[in-house]
Design a binder for this molecule. Structure first.
Ligand code: NAI
Length: 328
């Protein structure tokens, strides 16, 4: 048996970085064979076909089959994992409502196609932005597929936060645990180190020794650095984050499928931590048996509360906009 993986936007940049790592076994492990379905729009087909030729040339032993298509019914047929990377970017002068409408036109039909054609155990990871609300739209359209089988990527933000914390503490990134991203994958996200540890010690204590006023450092350095890292990459590299986004996607799916003690993912709220039910919001999660579970019972101080509420307010606005468009 092999796992069937559908990748949308397979002809794009993240797709190109992602495919080779999936086929190499980085996502599902060295024993799991994979069957790839590359779903594109007609303009992206050639690029996806080219990637498929290169996949063949790499002679990956775990790769059983590659199919390229612009037909969602074929693309999602039997999918166990769906990585929804293809999305409509914000164009010049585009308002948020236009962006949500354009992406609703992608993610609602894909949600319906997943419900109609994917395997019943399908797990859907949304990467294409605005990722949280695209996941909400797709899940709402996927009649009969439990919303728990959808999540959106905030792992890149978490990885950035862990790496920044490690750098500030001059510690190996492997020693950093318990970092959380709350809310939306956007500039309002809240990277939270309140429960983080470095080599088992509270990160805030270790930070105090280095930066003095921890709250001031979080507000003026850490949180803006993480939240605006995407813009920094564009400025320095001249292009958006690609390999790091692909790497975070691998981490997200691997942890979802294989299990994790503590990470962050945007999942459907059941009202945890006061986040309105039904929103797809980032939480601290663990994973077991292929299911995300929100880590409950964490103490949330006032500073954190304010920041979580601000990001959740943005998600509520996005949901309202999507409702107005008749997508929910
Ligand atoms: P890209 O523009 O290089 O590739 C996007 C691809 O999606 C294109 O080949 C396009 O033809 C395809 N596509 C568009 N509509 C499609 C549809 N309906 N079905 C199938 N394919 C479709 O963009 P890139 O750099 O690969 O980024 C992809 C998305 O990931 C963007 O929305 C970007 O904002 C998002 N992103 C999300 C991150 C996260 O942490 N959640 C991090 C970085 C990027």
């Amino acid at each position: 048996m092999a796992t069937t993986i559908t990748l949308t936007g397979a002809g794009g940049q993240i797709g190109y970085a992602l495919l080779f790592r999936i086929a190499a076994g980085d996502m599902l492990g060295p024993d799991e064979h994979v069957r790839l379905r590359l779903l594109e729009i007609p303009q992206g087909l050639k690029a996806a076909e080219g990637a498929a030729l290169e996949l063949q040339d790499a002679a990956f032993e775990l790769l059983d089959d590659v199919e390229v298509t612009d037909d969602a019914a074929v693309g999602f047929d039997g999918a166990n994992l769906a990585l929804l990377v293809g999305a409509r970017p914000r164009g010049p002068g585009m308002e948020r409502g236009d962006l949500l409408a354009a992406n609703g036109g992608i993610f609602a039909p894909q949600g319906r196609a997943i419900a109609a054609h994917a395997a019943s155990d399908v797990r859907v990871s949304v990467v294409g932005n605005p990722a949280n609300t695209n996941a909400l739209i797709a899940a709402a359209a996927a009649d009969g597929v439990p919303a728990e089988q959808f999540s959106a990527l905030t792992r890149l933000d978490e990885n950035r936060a862990r790496a920044q914390l490690a750098a500030a503490l001059d510690a190996p990134v492997a020693d950093i645990r318990g970092v959380t991203i709350w809310g939306n994958h956007s500039a309002t996200q809240y990277p939270d180190i309140s429960h983080a540890t470095v080599a088992g010690r509270p990160a805030a204590d270790a930070l105090a020794e280095r930066v003095g006023d921890v709250d001031a450092w979080l507000d003026s350095e850490f949180i803006p650095r993480v939240a605006k890292r995407g813009a920094e990459i564009i400025e320095v590299r001249g292009s958006s984050s690609v390999a790091s986004a692909a790497s975070a996607t691998i981490d997200h799916v691997r942890d979802w499928v294989q299990g994790a003690e503590w990470t962050s993912a945007a999942v459907v709220s059941r009202g945890e931590y006061g986040v309105p039910e039904g929103l797809v919001s980032s939480f601290p999660v663990r994973s077991a048996g292929g299911r995300w579970q929100i880590i409950e019972g964490l103490e949330i101080d006032e500073r954190s509360r304010t920041r979580i509420d601000a990001s959740v307010a943005e998600l509520i606005d996005e949901r309202e906009a999507v409702r107005t468009l008749g997508l929910l």
